[in-house]
Design a protein around this ligand. Structure first.
Ligand code: BG6
Length: 501
């Protein structure tokens, strides 16, 4: 049996159909699911946008995007021909009721043609300030009235602070049931993030040592070489804390620190993640500055290319106080993690692109080898690489080959890319597949989003209140401001910068 045979017919309507996310991520993901036989037999994409496209023009536009952005390279004629027929377009204005009547009519016409009732997915690939209008109109036009087969997908940013996230949750849960709302964090669609659950909870080796008795500290780095590109308008109102830490980085922290769920199901896993967020220590204003560093890039060089300063980027305020780098020392106040520091950092315009979690273990309690045999004595370390390479490295001590007893660190390496025949799906493929099959495990529940905001709010408030005069404080192409080194050095550690292979 093909995978597609037992999938429910689905119509996915994309608000923001002619936008960047659709062309770069959503349609390539859907196309690759199609090539992998992971879409239902009856499937349609309905793009909605203001641009005046006919169906054919929209299809051509998407094909160009596929040729450029699909992980499978250029489209092949025979594949494209059968996929193309699934794509439709409606010129639409999100404020206009007629657009929703047209949408409803189109959905009914497709279902009539198929002779079956389909699942309806409404994807909000739109700027946050449009979400309220689209959600309200979907509600008033009864386009989401059946909870089992009608869903919405909401992109980040989910709110701009705790208060606005709460308001948005209130608005959405007044219109839809919580089970219908899929709040996306694309990091959760990454294979290596999902593998963390398997690594921790399907093996007996690691869990017994996964706690304060054996782990000295944890580091999470999410660094990027790119600057803000054409997103200056959005980014300048957001910054590294809201753009990366509130969501992606805290999600990685949750997967690292959570307790073992009883079952592999959406609510169990999300409950355990919420427990972690609730246990993260809340800092006072003074403590915020003792436990964090913010930065903004000036001009510099990255991989031999000149890079301009953040303040010179398009649509960025030339006097901007927005941070493009943030480093924070978190503590999780529970039995497992008491007093184990979790250092997180993220930044734009850094020397390497990488998302990496490092678990640094303590030294052995007693060193029986004479010091001259073990010049390189270093404690165990597990490095989980999320991207661009995906894999795990475990460092341990080994005997150096030879007649003498000499110790040297060695590594076990698990590399996803070389191990399996099937290619690694993109995060959006995993997530869209889950939305279609109704699996919310990898999506954020309302309380989870709010808890994540609660964690970052002391930093948001303190940083807003005390603007810094030190920006820019790191050169593009460096690992961030010197104060970030000092933050971790205070505890006797240093940032581990492993170049992905
Ligand atoms: C997005 C942020 O959510 O994640 C971007 O808005 C960032 O600023 C991106 O570049 C990073 O994602 P990835 O998958 O490339 O690590």
């Amino acid at each position: 049996m093909r995978n597609s045979d037992n999938m429910t017919p689905t119509i996915i309507s994309i608000f923001g159909g002619s936008g960047d996310l659709t062309i770069r991520k959503l349609v390539p993901a859907l196309y690759n699911l199609y090539l992998g036989d992971q879409l239902p037999e009856h499937f349609a994409i309905l793009g909605l946008g203001r641009t005046e496209y006919s169906d054919e023009e929209f299809q051509d536009y998407l094909r160009k995007g596929l040729d450029e952005f699909s992980r499978n390279g250029k489209t092949k004629e025979e594949d494209w021909k059968s996929f193309q027929d699934k794509i439709h377009y409606l010129v639409s204005d999100i404020y206009d009721d007629k657009s929703y009547e047209d949408l409803s009519g189109k959905i009914q016409a497709i279902e009539k043609d198929w002779g079956v009732e389909a699942n309806h997915v409404f994807y909000f690939a739109i700027a946050p300030h449009f979400v309220e209008t689209v959600a309200t109109k979907l509600g008033s036009h009864k386009l989401c009235s059946e909870k089992d087969r009608m869903r919405i997908v909401v992109e980040k940013p989910f709110g701009n602070n705790l208060e606005s996230a709460k308001e948005l949750n209130k608005l959405l849960t007044n219109i839809f049931e919580e089970e219908q709302i899929y709040r996306i964090d694309h990091y959760l669609g990454k294979e290596a993030v999902q593998n963390m659950l398997v690594f921790r909870f399907a093996n007996i080796l690691f869990e017994p040592v996964w706690n304060r008795n054996f782990i000295e500290h944890v580091q999470i780095t999410g660094s990027e070489t790119v600057g803000v590109e054409d997103r200056g308008g959005y980014y300048d109102k957001s910054g590294a804390l809201k753009d990366m830490i509130q969501n992606h980085v805290l999600q990685l922290l949750c997967f690292t620190a959570m307790e073992a769920p009883v079952h592999f199901n959406a609510d169990e896993i999300r409950n355990r993640k919420v427990d972690v967020l609730r246990a993260i220590r809340t800092y006072s204003g003074k403590e915020v500055f003792e436990n964090s560093v913010r930065g903004q890039y000036g001009k510099g060089w990255i991989k031999g290319e000149k890079a301009i300063s953040y303040r010179s980027e398009t649509k960025v305020d030339p006097k901007s106080n927005t941070e493009t780098f943030a480093a924070i020392r978190f503590f999780i106040d529970n039995w497992r993690w008491q007093n184990v520091p979790f250092y997180v950092r993220t930044g734009k315009r850094m020397p390497e692109k990488m998302s990496v979690i490092t678990i640094q273990f303590r030294s052995v309690p007693h060193q029986m080898f004479p010091s001259e045999t073990s010049e390189h004595m270093v404690p165990n370390r597990i490095v989980i690489s999320i991207s661009p390479s995906t894999g795990i490295k475990i460092r341990f001590q080994a005997k150096k080959m030879g007649l003498d007893m000499n110790l040297k660190p060695a590594e076990f390496t698990f590399d996803y890319s070389g191990l399996y025949d099937n290619e690694q799906p993109e995060a959006y493929e995993n997530l869209l597949h889950d939305v279609m099959t109704g699996d919310a495990t990898l999506f954020m529940r309302s309380d989870e989003v709010e808890e994540a905001w609660r964690v970052v709010m002391p930093f948001v408030s303190a940083w807003e209140k005390h603007q810094t005069s030190s920006f820019p404080n790191y050169a593009a192409g460096s690992w961030g401001p010197e104060e970030a080194e000092a933050l971790i050095a205070e505890d006797g550690f240093h940032w581990i910068t492993l170049t992905p292979e």
